[in-house]
Design a protein around this ligand. Structure first.
Ligand SMILES: [Zn+2]
Length: 243
């Protein structure tokens, strides 16, 4: 097999490698998308629980202050009755002082109750919103889940086909060449191959423009050997006019 044939086979293999990479990336994207959607449902569920607790707690406070308010009103009623039955100024002032205190206590209980009612209302409104958001998020997860499932099995089918053709293509290539290609491509995210191009004086690597010594260039052109660029480490090949 001549060098240009070897390079041709490597280019085909690289094409398949890129397809596999692309499909794997798409699969990873789908996985990410689903886990983001699932996380949203999880977070909203936790928020719902929290807001239910808050609502319940605020409602209990409303009840508790309602009892204080009722008790305060009873006390005031009792004091009003006592006012009508005072025998002297001293008793009158005593009742008046107790009444003032009872009024202050009642007002404080009413304020507390109002604030608890507002808390309960805020929590209820938040809860309603979260319940709505949660239902929507669950719906999105369910419908996207089905779509993603379909896309995933399609991609997995493609992946399997690519892996089969990769095995076939690797079977076309000599073991040492394959090892060289694998070790070069493992170190880079772009192409493992670059053509030698004409530089101002001499041939240079088409990737990093490092000069390729004359003798090496001749070897590569003659198809005697595969060579790595001294600058960037890619597998160099002669310009392929028929590619
Ligand atoms: Zn280079």
């Amino acid at each position: 097999m001549g060098t240009s044939d070897i390079v041709g086979e490597l280019i085909v293999l690289q094409g398949i490698d890129l397809e596999i990479l692309k499909v794997n990336e798409e699969l990873e994207c789908l996985k990410q998308e689903l886990s983001t959607l699932a996380l949203e449902v999880e977070e909203l569920t936790a928020k719902e629980v929290q807001l239910r607790d808050q609502t319940g707690e605020a409602e209990q406070r409303v009840q508790r202050f309602q009892r204080s308010v009722n008790a305060g009103r009873e006390t005031l009623k009792r004091l009003e009755m006592r006012v009508t039955a005072v025998a002297n100024m001293q008793q009158h002032f005593a009742v008046k002082s107790e009444t003032d205190t009872a009024r202050r206590n009642l007002r404080a209980a009413e304020d507390e109750q109002l604030s608890a009612m507002q808390d309960a209302e805020t929590a209820r409104l938040g809860l309603m919103e979260v319940v709505g958001d949660l239902a929507q998020a669950k719906e999105v997860l369910a419908s996207r889940g089905t779509e993603v499932g379909n896309q995933r099995s399609e991609l997995e089918g493609q992946l399997e086909a690519h892996i089969t053709s990769r095995e076939e293509q690797e079977g076309q290539i000599e073991m040492n060449t394959l090892r060289l290609y694998r070790s070069v491509s493992a170190k880079r995210s772009d192409s493992a191959l670059a053509a030698i191009v004409e530089g101002p004086v001499d041939g240079v690597c088409g990737r990093c423009y490092t000069t390729v010594p004359k003798q090496r260039r001749a070897d590569i052109r003659s198809g005697r050997s595969l060579a790595l660029c001294e600058g960037c480490g890619v597998i160099l090949h002669a310009e392929m006019t028929d590619a």
